[in-house]
Design a protein around this ligand. Structure first.
Ligand SMILES: NC(=O)c1ccc[n+]([C@@H]2O[C@H](COP(=O)([O-])OP(=O)(O)OC[C@H]3O[C@@H](n4cnc5c(N)ncnc54)[C@H](OP(=O)(O)O)[C@@H]3O)[C@@H](O)[C@H]2O)c1
Length: 352
């Protein structure tokens, strides 16, 4: 029974695993072959979850690093691992999980291979920014989305632990008349925990905002700002890192995740509570305009344009790797390596 649940005063629909037990999934997908196109963190991990759940899966890639990794993961050339167009020919559910720039580049070779099939995305990007990507599906196919709310690595690790990542689900085009049921079923089949409905547009705007904001861009920005202020005032890197990152990730953020922000505050000293309550509004006021600017940059397509330009370059992997190297070699993240090595669980136990 699909649930209507109160989220902070708003009633929303939620689908859970119990709505799609394995027998029901087997029935829904009995004539289907999942063709997973792309082997980034989503393709790699959604395909392995589907395989472990017993569905028919083939992987479609160009030759290169992704191809080699897929072979290492047990996909067999000519049996379950194919060039992209061949995999599309074999699949009935085309899971288009190339990078968003890759989706634009490969679309001309895909679009004639999806007639009568299901075209599956994990992000609304290509469809929402179709003026930039050219991804306009033919009218005679279902177009659905299951967007896991986290890294593909977590899609896999939670699945292996018997848990599941939450995903949003949307239908852009319902040709078969069964697109909605198949979309939710696919969400459970790839290993999601619970599913909530969205649209391609809402998912894209919120996702691009979130990853540039509190999930990734903002968090590095504020960690760096605080770390630098502490260093400039004579604190050691060890102290600055512990007060900026280590305490956050090892102690306080897990408490927020488990029991909420108020509970975390409540379990810190009254000194900390007083200060946090006094300063939160100042940080809110400082960052709200930045988030407004960010959302507008997402909505007006600037972020999409930047992504497509940068990630369409032939050396996109090397450029991203160079920027990540700079991040890794910064004083803060070099300190992190040392701090992690000192965690008791990471030290070799001396034999008595
Ligand atoms: N990462 C996440 O946590 C996450 C979360 C939710 C949704 N999503 C969405 O899931 C989709 C896949 O993202 P991802 O992070 O798994 O992958 P990704 O790292 O963005 O993309 C990597 C894959 O795309 C392939 N690729 C790139 N350009 C290509 C081209 N021109 N032709 C053929 N293949 C090309 C790469 O192959 P090569 O190795 O050959 O370059 C690789 O297999 C995206 O729509 C993304 O927005 C991602």
């Amino acid at each position: 029974m699909v649930k209507q649940i109160n989220f902070g005063g708003v009633i929303e629909t939620v689908y859970e695993r119990a709505d799609f037990p394995q027998e029901k999934l087997n029935q829904i997908f009995k004539d289907d072959v999942f063709a997973v196109i792309g082997y980034g963190t989503q393709g790699r991990n959604q395909s392995r979850n589907l395989r472990d759940k017993g569905f028919k899966v083939v992987v479609g890639l160009r030759k290169g690093p992704s191809w080699d990794l897929a072979k290492e993961d047990g996909w067999v050339e000519g049996e379950t691992l194919f060039e992209i167009t061949e995999a599309c020919n074999k699949g009935t559910i085309i899971m288009y999980l190339l990078s968003d720039a890759g989706q634009k580049a490969a679309w001309s070779s895909i679009k004639e291979l999806v007639h009568g099939k299901t075209l599956y995305f994990s992000h609304g990007f290509s469809i929402v920014f179709k003026d930039k990507t050219g991804v306009v599906p033919p009218a005679d196919c279902d177009v659905i989305m299951v967007a896991p709310k986290g890294s593909g690595t977590t899609v896999r690790t939670l699945f292996l632990e018997g848990r599941g990542i939450n995903s949003s689900v949307a239908v852009f085009q319902d040709y078969s008349g069964k697109a909605e049921e198949r979309a939710y079923a696919a969400g459970i089949a790839i290993g999601s925990g619970y599913l909530y409905p969205t649209t391609f547009e809402r998912e894209t705007y919120s996702d691009l905002t979130g990853e540039r904001g509190t999930l990734m861009g903002c968090i590095q920005g504020i960690f760096k700002a605080q770390f630098e202020v502490l260093i400039a005032n004579g604190h050691t890197p060890s102290e600055a890192f512990n007060e900026t990152v280590e305490e956050a990730t090892q102690s306080l953020y897990p408490l927020i995740g488990k029991n909420g922000m108020d509970w975390m505050y409540d379990n810190c000293s009254t000194t900390a509570r007083r200060g946090a309550l006094d300063w939160m509004d100042k940080f809110y006021a400082a960052t709200k305009p930045v988030f407004e600017e960010l959302y507008e940059s997402v909505r007006n397509g600037t972020e999409a344009e930047n992504t497509l330009v940068a990630n369409s370059k032939p050396d996109y992997r090397e450029s991203l790797a160079k920027e990540l190297k700079d991040l890794r070699e910064s004083q803060m993240w070099q300190t992190a390596v040392t701090v992690r090595s000192l965690r008791p669980e990471n030290q070799k136990v001396e034999k008595q």
